[in-house]
Design a protein around this ligand. Sequence first.
Ligand SMILES: Cc1ncc(COP(=O)(O)O)c(C=O)c1O
Length: 384
Amino acid sequence: MLAQRLRGIPPTIFTEMSALAARTGSVNLGQGFPDVDGPPAAIARAVRALESGANQYPPGPGVPELRRAVARHQQRHYGIELDPDAEVVVTTGCTEGIAGALLGLVDPGDEVVLLEPFYDSYTAMIQMAGGVRRPVTLRAPDFLLDPDELRVAVTPRTRLILLNSPHNPTGTVLTRAELQAVADVAVEHDLLVVTDEVYEHLVFDDHEHVPIATLPGMAERTLTLSSVGKSYSFTGWKVGWATGPAPLVGAVLAAKQWLTFTSGGPLQPAVAVALDEEADFPRALAADLRVRRDLLCGGLAEVGLDVRVPEGTYFATTDVSALGWDDGLTFCLALPERAGVVAIPTQGFHDSDAGRHQVRWAFCKDAGVIEEGLRRLAAADLRR
Ligand SMILES: Cc1ncc(COP(=O)(O)O)c(C=O)c1O
């Protein structure tokens, strides 16, 4: 029954694993949604908006107050100047930004160079756009970007480089030097860069998120995507934005007007409040997440897993081969019964075999939930 453009795309693993968690009463360290909501002032603004008539279609590109708040956010954090009327479009989460960018910029047969492991909506949308993916693998244990591998992935058919930093699922934050290597390739081959920066504020220790749009020669070829979901713990609001040169933002808008046209009428002004008036919330969230990261990573190491402590995002990855498993999916399918815990195998986010032993754990959960998960893991026999 399924149209060719969707054939072979598996259902998202997050739904499957969250359903497994619910069915088995497991602690869900799989899907990346926080247990605690974002700032009350933003919620109060959404309630006021609902009660005061913001219940009809907002403008397709987004309400002006949110577009202006997004422009101010990019200016405040990164010194990026944007025209809120032409260089900002509001999307239904970053997910629609990804869809709009790929449908709006990629023709059938065009190649898209992207980091592997990939967030699963990238591969689905590249296929729906008729594009061809060309992965560049971030390999365990350090998940560094190899500039030579990047160069080899680029061909005369390459249309764009799709970046994600901080990177889900590895937790890598690309360094300025790595981003410069991407920028050099993009400029040399006159490529567009689409960069998914939804974890832009969730960076730990002395690591720094550098938007690739801020590197020389990149502003004019970079489309930047983000959303309120991760930075402000409002994943269910699905309000995101795409920013960059007017023709690139216009391409997203051209596609998105036929996807949702618009969404989140009462939420958009509330997101503007979050960005403008709760500018410190993401930093406090990151500080708090760092403590939970250390709690989770310490506990996972204690049960014998090989842990990669992430530089950003709210995910840690582990290698399960130390416990005798030859595959992360088998481990994750056995885990609810063995331990009453759910995690995400990342092998499905690869074309290559590089992720076969990798399993991702979320630490955006309450410390108590993480502790309970760790208690269960410690009490279980996790060896194959
Ligand atoms: C890398 C990445 N991009 C995009 C998204 C989706 O963002 P949104 O919920 O704003 O659509 C996620 C959510 O997990 C993600 O991890």
